[in-house]
Design a protein. Structure first.
Length: 399
């Protein structure tokens, strides 16, 4: 085994012990530096008190902001720490004073929680949801975005870069160029992209970018971040409900927003998890390299697709000109949730996606459920082959 791969696996105790973890699009396995950062701060809180521990760790906390920002090519001032990517998206949406007739221009592949938030805005504020057309090979058609922007009163372009329910990578940079040309704010949900591929917010031209720590960044659950561009900050974008961390109360009826993305934060959050997220960012950048992580993870996913396609009764569902490290496959006659539970009994972690989590995409594919396999750089070809063999045996058992 490659010495570098050996080191990554040694830093991942469960993998070293034999667990086949192919659910990195759900929650990856935390490497030791992430575990240590969290445990050390929890011990600090236990021994000194929560507020005192945060003060003691002030330098490490500041460094965590810097490292998280490096993952997306930003500065620390542009990062707000939040609970997860869905909260990040909701905070970004709340920065817009939508009125009846405004259009949110999105795609047919946006994440379920985002789609639900758009629909809620449509119901409560009279906002219209317009979904750009897909390319024949899958993924949003940038020319459809351009055409709609030229005809409608679009208040926001919102795109999920990598949908949770397939390996599709949408053309986020191209859509960003089109939105910028039209002078329309742009929100990117990068929940499945962060840690899986190199990201540069300058190339994306986005005003907001939402992400979580627990997936391909290999951080802890319960923490994520929102990138807020300097342009959005200068424009006075702020959450609907500002917290005491995000603003100063100057007079009885006057307040002043923080001059950074921290205007989107709450006073109280888990500093241990922030430190864990920072450690995950450093590990991804300095111990692995995002280019290498992307290369290895995509190669393993391509191997899984190729081998699954040869199994009778299994249909690989991923479509698009660019595919990433998420593999989805329908098992004829088997509910994906049942398959995932059976695989887990064999020491293989995967996950399932269902029609009601991605109604438009799954209906287009005529699928009700699908198993989702999501390898990362620390996984091996043998682990991928083991998972495929287990699914093949499952199919044989149903014949």
């Amino acid at each position: 085994m490659d010495p570098q791969l050996n080191r990554w696996r040694a830093d991942t105790p469960a993998a070293a012990a034999g667990l086949v973890h192919l659910n990195n699009a759900g929650a990856s396995l935390m490497p030791r530096p992430v575990q240590d950062a969290i445990a050390d701060h929890l011990k600090r809180e236990a021994m000194h008190g929560g507020y005192e521990a945060a003060d003691d760790a002030a330098d490490a906390i500041a460094a965590a902001y810097v490292d998280v920002a490096r993952v997306v090519g930003a500065e620390a001032r542009n990062i707000a720490v939040v609970e997860n990517a869905t909260v990040a998206v909701s905070l970004a949406l709340s920065a817009f004073d939508f009125v009846a007739g405004d259009v949110i221009l999105t795609t047919r592949n946006d994440y379920i929680s985002n789609q639900l938030m758009y629909l809620s805005l449509a119901k409560r504020r009279g906002v219209e949801i317009v979904r750009a057309a897909d390319l024949p090979e899958g993924g949003v058609d940038p020319e459809s975005v351009r055409e709609i922007l030229g005809k409608r009163r679009v208040a926001l372009v919102a795109l999920t870069w990598v949908p949770t329910n397939s390996g599709l990578v949408q053309p986020a940079e191209e859509v960003g160029r089109i939105a910028e040309e039209a002078g329309v704010p742009y929100l990117v949900d990068a929940c499945q992209a962060v840690g899986q591929m190199p990201i540069d917010v300058a190339r994306l031209r986005c005003d907001f970018l939402a992400a979580t720590a627990r997936k391909f960044l290999r951080g802890p659950r319960g923490v994520g971040f929102l990138y807020v561009s300097d342009r959005a900050l200068r424009d006075g974008r702020a959450p609907l409900y500002v917290d005491m961390r995000g603003a100063d109360w100057l007079e009885a009826d006057e307040y002043r927003l923080a001059d950074s993305a921290r205007r989107f934060e709450n006073w109280e959050f888990a500093y241990a998890l922030l430190l864990g997220m920072g450690a995950g960012a450093r590990y991804a950048l300095d111990d692995v390299g995002l280019d290498e992580a992307c290369r290895r993870a995509r190669a393993l996913a391509a191997r899984a697709r190729e081998k699954l396609a040869d199994v009778d009764g299994i249909r690989v569902l991923d479509r698009g000109p660019e595919l990433c490290a998420i593999v989805t496959a329908e098992l004829a006659g088997i509910d994906a949730g049942d398959a995932v539970r059976e695989l887990r009994e064999w020491g293989i972690n995967t996950s399932a996606t269902r029609r009601d989590w991605a109604v438009l995409d799954m209906d287009d594919k005529r699928a009700r459920t699908a198993v989702r396999i999501s390898p990362h750089y620390f996984n091996t070809e043998r682990e991928v082959d083991t998972a495929v063999a287990a699914l093949a045996a499952m199919m044989d058992g149903r014949r």
